[in-house]
Design a protein around this ligand. Structure first.
Ligand SMILES: Nc1ncnc2c1ncn2[C@@H]1O[C@H](COP(=O)(O)OP(=O)(O)O)[C@@H](O)[C@H]1O
Ligand SMILES: [Mg+2]
Length: 304
């Protein structure tokens, strides 16, 4: 393993004796096998994703039904506490009290707050489930030619207005540098899916940098677009804490997260991986080292 352009490369080293014409020496042969090692890593990755991805989609379907039951019932309970509904008033009267009494009791015992908490948690779980269902959607659905620079702009805008992000970290304070290829050709893709991928990457970068707010360099993200052969290459790079190899190797696995329960679902990158690799026939890679930020690179086929 050796250092190369900010990341690791790999070399095969071969040494063997050389004896000929009375000359004695050694032959040292060094091959750069970085590309092969990366391909192998990616293949292992996609194998893993196929099995775990299918499992996640199956689970999501199973969870969906009971979850909508919980959500609907919570909604009904909330409306049955409303003093305005005539049916509620009638039932209260028939039980020998007023809706106002019932409401006062409920408020004293914080019942509306608890119901709201049930609803909120349910909505959160539903979001996770719908993310998981992405795994089973092999969409060739609505591919249209898109200008990726525009999609990235849209994702940045979404990130700026993301409420969860604002709570934890002021995304606006973060410097976002756009290094776009101004002559980028359009690429056939599903707009909403690609936007979701970009948003996931930006959110992750923001989360990562929030962990080291006092670092020397001000937090910053660089987004790049370019053409590489028959591919459109997109990069999202941050100067956050980066990650050790043990994490880097697992980031695309469903449910792999290093964040506390309730904050991370471990689905962002695995869903993104599926969108890019399975749904769009693209490639996805990550480069990172502890203390040196992280760079996510993805390629979309230009399709011509
Ligand atoms: N930009 C980044 N810098 C450092 N670590 C990252 C970055 N992006 C992702 N990760 C790591 O990858 C893990 C998985 O990411 P993701 O699939 O989006 O799930 P989640 O964000 O819910 O944890 C994160 O928990 C984090 O450890
Ligand atoms: Mg994430």
């Amino acid at each position: 393993m050796f250092h190369k352009d900010n990341t690791f490369g790999y070399q095969d080293v071969m040494i063997y004796p050389l004896i000929s014409n009375g000359v004695e020496g050694v032959v040292v042969r060094v091959d750069d096998v970085t590309h092969r090692v990366h391909m192998e890593e990616m293949m292992v990755q996609s194998e893993k994703m196929v099995s775990v991805g299918g499992l996640a989609a199956g689970m999501a379907h199973e969870i969906n039904n009971p979850l909508s039951g919980i959500l609907q019932s919570a909604q009904v309970l909330i409306s049955h506490l409303s003093p305005d509904a005539p049916a509620n008033r009638a039932a209260a009267e028939a039980s020998g009290c007023t809706m106002e009494n019932i409401r006062a009791y409920a408020d004293k015992r914080q019942i509306p707050e608890f119901l709201e908490a049930i609803r909120e948690s349910g909505v959160r779980a539903a979001r996770i489930v719908s993310n998981m269902l992405e795994f089973s959607r092999k969409s060739h659905s609505t591919r249209t030619p898109e200008q990726v620079n525009d999609l990235m702009d849209k994702a940045v805008e979404l990130a700026l207005s993301d409420y969860d992000l604002k709570k934890q970290y002021d995304f606006k304070r973060m410097h976002i540098e756009r290094q776009y290829d101004p002559h980028l050709p359009e690429v056939p893709c599903t707009r909403t899916e690609i936007e979701q991928v970009f948003l996931n990457l930006l959110k992750n970068a923001a989360h990562a940098m929030a962990q080291t707010p006092d670092s020397a360099a001000p937090p910053g993200i660089i987004v790049r677009t370019s053409v590489e052969g028959n591919w459109l290459r997109i990069e999202v790079e941050d100067n956050g804490p980066g990650m050790p190899e043990s994490v880097r190797k697992r980031v695309f696995e469903p449910f792999f997260t290093t964040k506390p329960v309730g904050e991370g679902t471990g689905l962002g990158l695995s869903v993104s991986y599926f969108i890019i690799v399975t749904n769009h026939g693209g490639r996805f890679d990550v480069q990172s080292e502890p203390g040196k930020g992280a760079r996510f690179i993805l390629w979309l086929p230009l399709g011509n």
